[in-house]
Each structure stands twice: as C-alpha cells, then as structure tokens.
Design a protein around this ligand. Structure first.
Ligand SMILES: [Zn+2]
Length: 859
C-alpha cells in the first residue's frame, strides 16, 4: 500500500509528458509494411482518389530518378493524422505540400504521416511529394526498366496508399531518353520534346489498385497488329527476326480469342481502353496482369523452334490467364491480399476453358490433371500444406501466400464447385458477382453469398474444408471379393484429425477382363459400390477422369494390378490418372521406386499421348535424380539412356523429339552419352528434325559443365562468344559462375548472393541456384544449404512474390541423403519463435521431397 502513491504519480507524470510530446511533435508512423488495421482505417476515410505522377528516368541505370506525385482525394474525419506509404530513407523525400502548406511530416517505418492540422474535411485534399523514386521495384537494367508493384511494392518506389481497395485514377508523365519508348496502363496521349529528354504523357486510367499500376521504358521494339477491330501492341527486345516472325501471329490470335471468350462468358466488354503487352527478358514471373499493359517473360511467348507441346500449351494458358485477370482481379479486385487466390483461381480456371478450342487435338481433361494435381500435391501432401484462403495481418508477408495451393489446388476446388452448381448456374453467379463490384473490391464471402442462392448444398461447410483449412483428405479404397459379389468401399478421413470432410465428385474405374467401367460417385464420408456376382474385378482406380483429390490409399494387390495394366489401358486419361496415383503412392511409401521405374520403363515406349509421354518423362527425371540412391545411378543409367535415345529416334515431331531429348540431356551421365552431347554442342552431329536455338545450346553447355567434362571451361568460354542476343548473353555470364569446376569460385558466388543487389535478377539467380545445388554437386554444395535457407526470410522482404518458395525449392532440389534431410529438419525445428509460420510452411513444403527420398531410400 505504501508504494501506491509514488507509482500513481509517476504514471500521471509520464502520461502528461506523453500528451505533451504528442501535442508538440508530429504523430508517430504506423508499424512497418501495410498492416491490415492501417489499410482498414484508410479505406474507411478516403475516396475519389487520383494520382498524378511524373518520373524523369535517366539512361544510366544507377542515376537517380527524380519524381513528383500529386494525390487528390476526398477525406472523412480529418481529426486524425493520415499516413502515406513510402518505404525509402527520409532523405529521398525532398519536399512536401499538403493543401498549400509546406509540411515536415513524421517519417519512419516506411510511412509518411500528415498531421491533421493541414488536412481538409471532404473533397479536394491535395498532397504533393517531390522525391527520388526507390529503385528496387523498378527493375532497372542497362537500357530498360519496368515497374513491378505486386503486392505492395509501389510504396518502395513512390508515396501512395499501397493497398488493393484504395483504387485510384492514375495520370503518368514519363520523361525518358530520346531513343527510348515507353508503355503504361493508359494510352499515350501526348509527347513533349525537351533538350535532355522526351516527355510521354499517358491518359488517365480507370480506378485501379496500386499493385496493378505499371510502366516499362527503354529500348524496345514495338510490333503492332489488329484482331477483330482491336489494336494490340507488343513491346519486345528480340533480335532474332525469324523467331519473332514464327511466333507473332499466334500471340495476337491467342489474345484476341481470350478476350472474345471472356466477353461472352462474363457478359462484360473488355473493361480497359487498350491492350498492350511487354515481353521482358528473364522476367521474374510468367506474366503480370497490369491492365492495358501486361508483362510476360519473353521466353514464354517467343518460343524456340524446338518448343514442346507443353510449351505451346503453356503459352496459350498464360495469355488466357493474364487476359482473364482483366475481369478477375483488375475490374473486380480482392479487398485484401488474403483473397488473392480468388483472382488466381479464376484466371487459371478460365484459362483452362479458353485454351481448349485452340488445341483440338489435345485431351484437355488430361492436361487439367497434369497442370494441377502433381503441383498441388507437392504442397498439400507435406507438413507445409497451407489453406487456400489465409489470414494476412500485413502486406509485407503477402509473398508467402503465393504457390501451388493458390494456382493449382484452387482450380481443382473450383471445378468441384462448378460440378456442384452446374456450369450455367456457376457462370451466372460469376456474372452477377462481377457486375455488382465493377471497378471496386470484393471478398470470398461476397462470391459465396451469390453462389449460395443458386444451390441447396451447404457452401459454408464446403468452403471450410476445401478453402479455409489446410491439407487433403485421405481416401481409403477396400475391395471385398465374395461369392455374392464384390463390394468396393471408399472411406474418407482427415489425416490431420480435425474430422473435416471434403465432399467431392469421383469417377471410379472398375476393370474386368474384357472392359473398364467408369462409375460416378459422390463421396462424402463413405461410398459403397456393389458389383454383382460372376464378374471378376481385376483392379479399381478411384481417380478416373482425373477427378478425385486426396491421398488415395490402395492396397498392394490393387496397386500391382494397376501398375501392370497401365501401359495397356485404352483411355489416355485413365492412364494419366493411374500414373499420378502410382507416383503419389510411391511418395507415401506404399510402392517402391524400383517398381515405379518398371512402370515408367514399360509405359514410355507404349505411350501414344504426348501429354502422358511428357509426364512419364518428368517422373523419369525425378526418379533418377531424387529417388535413385546416388550409388545406384551408375547401374541404372545405361539402360535409362538407351530407353530415352530409342524414344528420341522414334519420336515423329519436333515437339516430341524435344521432350525426349530434354530428359535425356537432364539425366545423362555415361561417358558415351556425354561424348555425344558434346559433339552435338560442337555441331559435329545433329539430331534430324530437332533444331537447336541459342538457349538450347547455352543450356547444353551448362549441363556439360556441371558434369565436369574435360573441356568444360573451353565450352563455357566458346558458348559466351556464340550469343547474338545481349539479354541472353548477360544471363549466361551470370549463371556460368555457378557451374564453375572450381569449388572456390562456386563458394564465392554463393557468398555474393547474400547481398540483395546480387539477387535482383531473380530468374538468373534461380537458374544459378539449381546448378549450384545440382545432384552431381551435392557433396560440395550441401554446406551452402544452411545459409541459403537462412536467407529465405530476408528474401521475402526484399524479393518478389514467388522468390522465397522458388529459392527454397532450388536450394533443396539436388539432395536426397539422410544426413542432409536431418540437417534441414534441424534447421527448420530450430527456427526462432518469431519466425513467420507461413514461411515455415514454405520451408517444410520445399523440403518434402528431400525428407521422403531420405526415408524411402534408406529405411
Ligand atoms: Zn495470375
């Protein structure tokens, strides 16, 4: 009791001091990043937002970009301070005005806070910034740059309200060197000529989110064409005229087809006033959907002569995906990045529909299976499985949301939802949803509300298991053969013991001696299929039609029968479904790698569908490097290489030859095959019907070097002189260091990657990391694993959205030993308690194949 008085007094004094300081000094900035609380507070106060931005971009990549931004908006509640986001050192902010007052705002934690005294209640608040733009999200190269602001990196370059639900109309003036061109979301409507540079004026955009605002400028060639009355412009840096000519028609056609399909499906005309796209060398994503100015990775659009069917299909899907975003994501945007999956699921889901008519010879159900299931399982079978929809407290952690669960699992789930509602009902629901939120924002709950009115099913319960929670069901198949018939029982349970149920439509293939029947089954907790007596059931596959999703537990007899029957199954989709099921069974330890090798060896020569062949080849590659013990590879290699060479000889088209050759090159280890590859690279021999591009030759040179062929250094040196394209040459110069046969050079290369400035070209870094951690370099590179995984947290802060997961994947791609597995397990378990849980999931999913290989090969 005695101490009460002094303590109360101290509190009172401290409290009044705080009040005094608060009243005298500018308000304190919010926490770093974009906390959700900050975003909600601003979204409740700000509307009618416009930005007018002027940037003066010098030719030299490291010279500062002088900038001016004027934000105009309507504000309610001017009694509180207002924070802009600008994650740059304070000295980059040169001057600031708010409503005619010169102000000195509070700056810190990536925010610039304007005091209430200079804010206006209501319309016409004008805040102006004179500043030096931040470079990191502007991707400055020697003679071009491009802004990539997703998910909240705009504020690392310019001061804005960096959240998706404060959409703004943007006006942009870009002052650029006279021999540059530029593109942005709006149309170019004016141009000024100044002594030092030219000024390009872009039209005001409709309301768009900060992550969708973009521009690119530099030495690009502009290719133009028309389709259905619409003009498309393609900005590119390709120097190979033949390559451009070979590809350009298809690129324009695919865009026009996608727009036409989406206008029909959604009932909404293309929402933006022009359609340009930019092909960026070594772009860190496949594509990015900036409205009116889509970015693509150049290599995904301008295909080489040696492109495979999968690459042609991939290009069509990517164009359809980004074009779908114009409606799903750009016109109607998620309110917060926890719903980023919604734009990605619809982009992939629509792309799957759009691509079909352009490839009449392709089995699109089979393609859907391969495009989605293996990648989704690669995360969902792991300890790092994450829900489709995740809480997100701060946009600076949004990068860990991106991955196969959003891109591959969610479309599988959406297809089940479409089956549940019926295709027309589902489409009408989407139309209503898009119409209601045009140029605005919406949540998953908004969509579910619209769809719920169209079905008797309990969508909230459905969403809980499929969308809001993590993991996949375990579905156990039992075959009970008795004299009064055969009973097939499917039972579903939750491997994570939460009693979740994943309702889904299955197709069960039941094989008899003379035929295979497909039986539809709606699976809830359990399902029984009775086969009348007198029919002998040979095997049962519960994943037919590529439908069922989960860990399917099949008994050994059934697995053996499926494996034996696979090459002779008449239906390509059933073969594909069986293949994925066997592979997953192998990863679960129910089917030995040696038996899997027998399946692949028997199936490859018999396969007639190119998609199946590609997947068989993909599994062959993984089986060789990951699931064959390093000491056993020498025994397996001659037969495997012979099988692949025979396939290459047999292949009829360039695409098929390319797929076979790609796998052969990837697994080659015998002196005979390496000698032949070297002669190919030297142009001493050729593969009839398979032309090599500059990229193919470069990859071959790198693959020879990582195998330490005697002439490795001379090959790399000569390859460097062969390039005619400077972008490809620059990438090669970077990556070749990672394959050096000098361990000291590789070590200093790895050390250099600890500096963020050496990690800016993410696509180069990932290529290099895969070579650095190549299985043939595992012994000398495993010492990098600890530091490489240690960098993931920093990479999430400094890199683009896909980089943390891809970096972790590349780091762990080459290992299989129990020692490395144990070390990685220890690294993950020793993570500090404040380590972001989602990032830990990223590590656990990246480590999954290593953990499984170590267990399967050494149990
Ligand atoms: Zn997307």
């Amino acid at each position: 009791m005695r101490r009460l008085f002094p303590v109360v007094l101290i509190v009172i004094i401290a409290g009044s001091l705080g009040y005094w300081f608060y009243g005298r000094r500018p308000p304190q900035p919010p926490a770093a990043g974009i906390p959700r609380t900050l975003a909600e507070e601003r979204a409740g106060r700000i509307k009618d937002l416009e930005y007018d931005l002027t940037l003066t971009v010098p030719a030299k990549r490291d010279a500062p970009i002088a900038a001016h931004l004027r934000a105009t908006f309507t504000l309610s509640d001017k009694t509180r301070p207002l924070a802009f986001d600008f994650s740059q050192p304070v000295e980059k902010l040169l001057a600031m005005h708010a409503n005619g007052n010169i102000i000195e705002p509070a700056v810190g934690s990536g925010h610039v806070v304007i005091p209430p005294s200079v804010l206006l209640e209501g319309k016409n608040n004008v805040v102006e910034f004179e500043f030096i733009a931040g470079d990191a999200p502007l991707n400055r190269a020697d003679d071009f740059l491009y802004a990539l602001f997703v998910p909240a990196r705009a504020s690392q370059a310019i001061p804005v309200f960096d959240q998706p639900d404060l959409k703004a109309r943007w006006r942009l003036i870009l002052n650029i060197p006279k021999d540059w061109v530029a593109v942005s979301n709006g149309k170019e409507v004016g141009r000024t000529n100044m002594p030092e540079h030219q000024g390009l004026v872009f039209d005001q955009t409709p309301p768009i989110s900060t992550y969708l605002f973009s521009f690119a400028a530099g030495k690009f060639t502009i290719d133009t064409d028309q389709r259905a009355g619409r003009t498309f412009r393609m900005f590119h840096r390709e120097t190979d005229a033949a390559k451009l000519a070979r590809n350009r028609q298809a690129i324009y056609d695919l865009h026009a087809q996608a727009i036409s399909y989406l206008e029909g499906y959604t009932g909404i005309p293309y929402p933006f006033d022009k359609f340009d796209f930019v092909l960026i060398p070594s772009f860190q994503f496949g594509g990015m959907e900036h409205p009116g100015s889509v970015f693509y990775n150049a290599s995904g659009m301008l295909l080489d002569e040696s492109a495979t069917q999968n690459q042609f299909l991939g290009r069509a899907s990517l164009i359809s995906h980004e074009t779908s975003h114009m409606w799903f994501g750009d016109l109607v945007t998620m309110k917060w990045f926890n719903d980023v999956w919604m734009k990605e699921v619809f982009a992939n889901f629509m792309a799957a529909k759009i691509v079909n008519p352009s490839f009449p010879g392709v089995n699109h159900e089979l393609r859907f299976l391969y495009q989605h299931y293996p990648s989704a399982y690669d995360v969902d079978r792991t300890e790092g499985a994450n829900p489709i929809r995740q809480d997100l407290g701060n946009l600076n952690e949004a990068g860990s949301l991106y991955g196969a669960i959003i891109y591959q699992k969610a479309p599988i789930v959406m297809r089940q939802l479409e089956l549940l509602l019926g295709a027309n009902n589902f489409r009408d629901g989407l139309r209503e949803y898009l119409g209601a939120h045009k140029f605005g924002n919406a949540t998953w709950a908004d969509l579910i509300r619209v769809l719920d009115e169209r079905t008797d099913a309990d969508l909230a319960a459905w969403s809980l298991a499929w969308v809001e929670d993590r993991g996949r069901p375990r579905i156990t198949l039992a075959i009970d053969r008795a004299s009064d018939g055969t009973r097939i029982t499917l039972t579903q349970d939750d491997p994570l013991a939460r009693s979740l149920v994943w309702p889904q439509r299955l197709s069960v293939a039941v094989a008899y001696a003379d035929r295979v029947d497909l039986v539809d089954a709606d699976l809830d907790r359990a399902k029984v299929i009775d086969i009348p007596p007198g029919r002998q059931v040979l095997w049962v596959l519960p994943t037919a039609k590529g439908l069922g999703y989960g860990d399917f537990v099949l008994d050994n007899g059934n697995l053996t029968a499926i494996a034996a029957a696979l090459p002779r199954m008449a239906d390509a989709l059933t073969r594909g479904s069986a293949l994925v099921t066997l592979w997953e069974s192998m990863l679960e330890g129910r089917f030995e790698p040696a038996r899997m090798r027998d399946v692949l060896t028997a199936a490859l020569p018999a396969e007639s569908d190119e998609l199946n062949t590609s997947q068989l080849l993909e599994y062959t590659r993984t089986l060789f490097w990951r699931f064959t013990a390093a000491d056993d590879r020498g025994d397996v290699a001659p037969k495997l290489e012979g099988l692949l060479k025979a396939g290459l000889d047999r292949a009829k088209t360039t695409s098929q030859k390319s797929a076979w050759f790609g796998t052969l090159r990837s697994v080659a280890t015998t002196p005979e095959t390496l000698g032949w590859l070297e002669r190919l690279w030297r142009h001493d021999v050729k593969i009839p019907g398979l032309p090599f591009s500059e990229t193919d030759e470069a990859d071959l040179a790198l693959d020879l070097a990582v195998r330490d062929v005697p002439a490795a250094n001379a090959i790399l040196d000569e390859q460097f002189t062969r390039f005619t394209n400077n972008d490809r040459k620059a990438r090669f110069a970077f990556v070749r260091t990672a394959v050096s046969n000098d361990p000291a050079i590789r070590e200093s290369f790895f050390e250099s990657l600890k500096d963020v400035n050496n990690r800016r070209r993410e696509a180069w870094v990932l290529d290099a990391a895969r070579y650095l951690h190549h299985p043939l370099r595992a012994a000398s590179s495993k010492k990098f694993v600890r530091d490489a995984l240690g960098l993931v947290r920093e990479i999430q802060q400094t890199g683009d959205i896909f980089f943390p997961k891809r970096w972790a994947d590349a780091t762990l791609s080459g290992y299989q030993s129990p020692q490395t597995a144990a070390e990685v397990r220890q690294i993950i378990e020793a993570l500090p308690s404040d380590y972001p849980p989602r990032l830990k999931w990223v590590l656990l999913s990246s480590a999954d194949q290593l953990f499984r290989a170590a267990k399967i090969l050494h149990q």
